[in-house]
Design a protein around this ligand. Sequence first.
Ligand code: SF4
Ligand code: SF4
Length: 193
Amino acid sequence: MSSYEENYLNKRPQELCNMCGKCCRVVTTSLPYQELLELQKQGDKGACEFLGIFEPFASVEEARSVDKETVDNIIDNLKSDGKYDEEKITFYTCKYLQEDNKCSIYEERPALCRHCPSTPWAIVPPGCGFEGWLFMKREEDKERVRRAKEELLEMEVLKKKVTNLETLDKIYAVEHKLQRTIDMYKKYGSENW
Ligand code: SF4
Ligand code: SF4
C-alpha cells in the first residue's frame, strides 16, 4: 500500500517541474510576516517550516529586482481577487536555492517544498511547468461545483414530490453534502461558476 506522501505526490506530476527555481526565488504568503513570526514563536509547524528556509526581502522593490515578472504576477492575481494589501505584503527568498537553480538541501527539503503546488488554486510563477496542469485541475473543481449545483436543483424538485419524512431527511442530508462542496470552493469564487 502506498503512503500518504506517495499518494500526495502521485496527484502532482512532479515531472512537470522544469526546475526553473522561480517558486524558491520569490514567494509570498497569505499571512503577513508579523503574523508568521508570532506563529513561529508559538511553535506553529507551518510557520516554523516556512521561516526556517525563507528570508524576507527588505521591500517589494528588492523582490522585483530579483524577479519582476513573478512579483507583478502575484500582485496582479491578489488585486483581481481583492486580496492585495500593500502595507502587509512581504516577499521572501529561499536561502537554500543555488545559482544553478538547484536546491542545496533537496533530499531534506521540507514538506512544503515537496507538496508544491499545494493546491490547484496556487499562484505559480509565469512559465511554471505546472501551469497547464493547474488549469486543468481548476476546471475539474469548477465542474464538480456545477454538478453539485445541478443536483441541488434536482433535490428541490424531488422534495416537492416526497411526503415520507425519512426520505425527506435523506434528501436534506444529500443537500447538506452538496452545499458543503460548493462552500469548500467559495474563496475561489464558486458562487459564480
Ligand atoms: S516555478 Fe514551477 S517549474 Fe519552476 S521550480 Fe517551481 S514548481 Fe518547478
Ligand atoms: S528548500 Fe529547496 S526546494 Fe525548498 S524552497 Fe528552498 S531551494 Fe526550493
